[in-house]
Design a protein around this ligand. Structure first.
Ligand code: ZN
Length: 173
């Protein structure tokens, strides 16, 4: 018997309709969350798959804007700023981490700096179901880069908000 499939309510990937654990606020379906877990498992267990792990996390978070809670709203913004630093500013990883730490600090002090962003209707054509089958490291790395880039582009209406936060955290250096 084959497992029936069902679209994830967030990223729209067609995934097995199963019961199982889910993330506390991403609102992914259990089938989608399980496939993401396999991708992370591969990145954690083989360093050849690790190089752009941060983009995997950005892509998944941006395709799962979540349940509307404060944590979900912050997650979208942090990953949107992270992806913008990478794709627009070509920031190296060390600088990206430093800037995101700064963003986290100033938004803890003033949560109103992080508005709730309306999710795009289409969150990008590449999803976990495209990445999970990529069993060669080089294919995985290229796939993750495309996944993160197309997802970031799907949020383009909100890139100006990310840019204004980047200006702010640059000045607070
Ligand atoms: Zn999903």
């Amino acid at each position: 018997m084959t497992t029936p499939l069902k679209p994830c309510p967030q990223c729209a990937a067609t995934v097995p309709d199963i019961e199982g654990p889910v993330h506390p606020y991403f609102a992914a379906s259990p089938g989608c969350w399980a496939i993401y877990g396999q991708i992370l498992e591969r990145e954690y267990s083989d360093t050849a798959f690790w190089a752009n792990h941060g983009q995997t996390v950005d892509a998944y978070a941006l395709q799962h804007p979540g349940d509307g809670s404060r944590r979900a709203i912050s997650s979208v913004m942090i990953h949107l700023v992270g992806a913008t630093l990478l794709f627009q500013h070509h920031a190296p990883q060390s600088q990206r981490i430093l800037m995101l730490q700064r963003l986290s600090k100033i938004t803890k002090a003033d949560p109103s700096l992080i508005p709730r962003l309306s999710s795009p209707d289409n969150l990008g054509e590449i999803t976990v179901t495209d990445i999970a089958p990529l069993s060669k490291a080089q294919d995985h790395l290229v796939g993750v880069d495309n996944w993160a880039r197309t997802t970031w582009q799907a949020w383009s209406a909100h890139h100006p908000v990310a840019e204004s936060l980047i200006r702010r955290i640059s000045h607070d250096a």
